[in-house]
Design a binder for this molecule. Structure first.
Ligand SMILES: [Zn+2]
Ligand SMILES: [Zn+2]
Ligand SMILES: [Zn+2]
Length: 310
């Protein structure tokens, strides 16, 4: 498609941010406070998981893949944290209801649940133009040198923007996003979590991390510095995946996290909202024994659709 063709497509799809479309933003609500909205809570592939014949996936339960949106109604823009395989539904959940236009994407890492949604910006789908995609150096190189992602770059459907660990991106309106490195299986890219801050509030989003002890930082300090902490809750306990070696897919088990954070004051514990649930994780099911125990201990579980004022 020619450049002018792309331009025409971009004009036909005013929900895509880009230099052209940003100017045409409507529906902004000056003065309205920013917010973070949870767009999904499941591990990389969502629930149900392909091939699973157990009750966790055969009783009609549906959970989209873990992702957050930061919306700034005053400027009419929103930003996506991880482009998941459920991106079409997640985009539909944000637009047009939010009155905001997608202004960019922040990527944590190159595991399938966290970037596959980028394909929808391509010529076969939205034919987007210049959607900013912030990514760390290895993540950027991965997208630039592997199909079909390299085509998104070449056709300028997306515009890769650099992220550096512990260096903030200023989104305007007092909003800042800061990536920080976390230990994880980094086959294709490094892995980051994000600190999202407004003038008055802050949150962290850490959907994937190895054990807390393997991090060179204190998770407790990170939680102390924010109002909300969306943390890796992939597995509840080691009995969840019989026959699989959990050391190959290390995550802080929820039972371990609860044990570690139990000593924190109630105010700190209540900031923690587990997210990125594997289909087998009973804590993700409302009313389960595991969920009730978690809530009794003062923790929360993220919920798709919930909004946190920022
Ligand atoms: Zn993941
Ligand atoms: Zn299942
Ligand atoms: Zn991962």
């Amino acid at each position: 498609m020619s450049a002018s063709g792309l331009l025409r497509v971009a004009r036909r799809t005013p929900w895509i941010a880009g230099a052209i479309v940003i100017a045409a933003v409507t529906g902004a609500a000056p003065g309205a406070a920013p917010y973070v909205q949870v767009l999904g809570i499941a591990q990389d592939v969502g629930i149900p998981q392909a091939g699973c014949r157990k009750a966790c996936c055969t009783r009609g339960r549906r959970e989209m893949v873990a992702s957050l949106a930061l919306a700034d109604p005053a400027s009419g823009r929103w930003w996506l944290f991880d482009a998941t395989p459920d991106f079409p539904e997640q985009l539909a959940a944000m637009q047009p209801a939010s009155g905001c236009t997608l202004a960019g994407v922040f990527l944590t890492h190159a595991h399938i649940g966290h970037y596959l949604g980028l394909v929808h910006f391509g010529r076969e789908v939205m034919g987007a133009h210049g959607v900013p995609v912030w990514a760390m150096p290895r993540m950027r190189a991965f997208l630039e040198t592997n199909g079909p992602w390299d085509q998104l770059v070449r056709l300028h459907n997306i515009e890769l923007r650099p992220l550096a660990a512990d260096s903030s991106i200023d989104l305007g309106g007092g909003l800042h996003v800061t990536p920080f490195r976390v230990p994880h299986r980094d086959e294709y890219s490094e892995t980051v979590g994000f600190r999202i801050a407004s003038r008055t509030r802050a949150a962290i989003f850490v959907p994937d991390i190895d054990k807390w002890e393997r991090w060179d930082r204190s998770i407790e300090s990170a939680v102390a510095g924010v109002d909300v902490a969306w943390l890796d809750g992939t597995f509840h306990d080691a009995a969840e995946l019989p026959g699989r070696n959990l050391s190959e897919i290390p995550h802080p088990l929820i039972v371990e996290s609860v044990e570690r954070f139990r000593v924190l004051p109630a105010g700190e514990r209540s900031k923690i909202r587990f997210i990125h649930f594997n289909h087998t994780n009973a804590a993700a099911r409302p009313g389960s024994r595991e969920r009730r125990a978690l809530e009794r201990a003062g923790f929360r579980v993220a919920k798709a659709g919930e909004r946190v004022p920022f």
